[in-house]
Design a binder for this molecule. Structure first.
Ligand code: ADP
Ligand code: DP6
Ligand code: CO
Length: 361
């Protein structure tokens, strides 16, 4: 907080990691509340290399709400930003900073304006879940600024209204987004299945195939899928409910064989559903397909899975190795098939745990 009684700025900065689904969310039953057609499960990545940092500031000298994303001003007029701002403002409490002599009574939050600056330290809108880290961080930092006294689960239901996948980034470790039954979406929220220490053998390698912005946003893509894909109906009703139970069991028992089989099958089915959309959506490219083949061949030759792969709505691979030894062997294989010196197919690798970023560009 800076300034005197008349001219002051109060700020809060927060950092939120992204999350990658191992059982995918794809398809909404309610577009404006962002209610999904099925439950999903994700793993929250370590924040060192894949996170959003957001600073929210309030001051009586601000004449309107404004936001900058990665240094460029963006419009806050979209329903998603407005929904998050409205939901947080309506839960604001009195805020008092005795040291600087500033008091913001609860009722003032409706008329005070905000400046928001957000930065993603990884590619935005490229299929690495920037909307998840972005909206989770926005809601979390606003809630801190306005002294909102809701638990993480309630905040997750607000973040969900910014971007569905964002609700899962309010927790670390393994997280489930329960689709809920209520029409108003109150019970469509995230719960933590296991914390980050539960299965710390796992290592995550992200192979950045392309950091370019995707042609079809997740929002547009899944809307077209809901309208046109018959396979999605089967997936949401018959396949995912069973997989959710199996995945919960695999995570609980740290059963990597089941975990890998389920994660790979679900990623492949999600991309099959994209292909079943009219017109078809291609998020993966030839390099993504080559990475799948490398992982599949290696898993088969070892007899038990060493690596799970999953691709979100983009060509970038998220590879989850069963332990440090498997991660080293996997990286060797990737470097053999995609030597950095050729600077062709892969942009960079990001290693989970205490990540290492290797940029070939
Ligand atoms: P991704 O695969 O990266 O999640 P999406 O198409 O789902 O891609 O969402 C990208 C959109 O999410 C961006 O165009 C922007 O509107 C929003 N977004 C990304 N990062 C942030 C952020 N840090 N704060 C707020 N909104 C963000
Ligand atoms: C493939 O959460 O980005 O990453 O709710 O429209 O903002 P909106 O979509 P978004 O979709 C994510 C889809 C996915 C799978 C997942 O994260 O579960
Ligand atoms: Co997204």
């Amino acid at each position: 907080m800076v300034g005197g009684a008349e001219k002051w700025v109060m700020m809060v900065t927060a950092q939120t990691p992204t999350n990658i689904a191992v059982i995918k969310y794809w398809g909404k039953r309610d577009e404006s509340l962002i209610l999904p057609v099925n439950d999903s499960i994700s793993v929250t990545l370590d924040p060192d290399h894949l996170c959003t940092t957001t600073t929210v500031a309030v001051s009586p000298s601000f004449d309107r709400d404004r936001m900058w994303l990665n240094g460029k001003e963006i419009s806050l007029s979209g329903g998603r930003y407005q929904n998050c701002l409205r939901e947080i403002r309506s839960r604001a409490s009195d805020v008092e900073d005795e040291e600087n002599g500033i008091k913001i009574p609860k009722k003032d939050w409706e008329k005070l304006h905000l400046h928001i600056a957000s930065y993603n330290n990884f590619p935005t809108a490229a299929g690495l879940a920037s909307s998840a880290a972005g909206f989770a961080c926005l809601v979390f930092s606003l809630a801190k600024l306005m002294n909102v006294k809701e638990d993480q689960s309630k905040l997750s239901a607000i973040a969900r209204q910014g971007s569905g996948s964002a609700c899962r980034s309010l927790y670390g470790g393994f997280v489930k987004w329960i689709k809920g039954r209520d029409e108003d979406g109150r019970d469509s929220l995230a719960v933590q299945l296991a914390d980050e220490k539960h299965w710390d053998d796992l290592l995550i390698i992200i192979a950045v195939v392309s950091s370019r912005q995707k042609e079809t946003s997740s929002t547009t893509g899944m809307c077209e899928t809901v309208e046109t894909s018959l396979l999605l109906k089967h997936r949401a009703k018959e396949i995912v409910p069973k997989r959710i139970l199996q995945m919960e069991e695999a995570i609980k028992n740290r059963d990597f064989t089941s975990f890998a089989q389920l994660a790979c099958a679900d990623s492949n089915q999600f991309h099959a559903v994209c292909l079943d959309t009219s017109p078809p959506i291609f998020y993966m490219n030839d390099t993504s397909h080559r990475i799948i083949s490398i992982a599949e061949k290696w898993n088969r030759s070892e007899g038990t899975p060493q690596v799970a792969y999953t691709f979100d709505a983009g060509p970038n691979a998220v590879l989850i190795a069963r332990d440090r030894k498997a991660a080293t062997l996997l990286l060797q294989r990737l470097l053999f098939y995609f030597p950095p010196s050729s600077a062709t197919d892969l942009d960079s690798y990001v290693l989970g745990d205490k990540s290492i970023l290797k940029d070939a560009g």
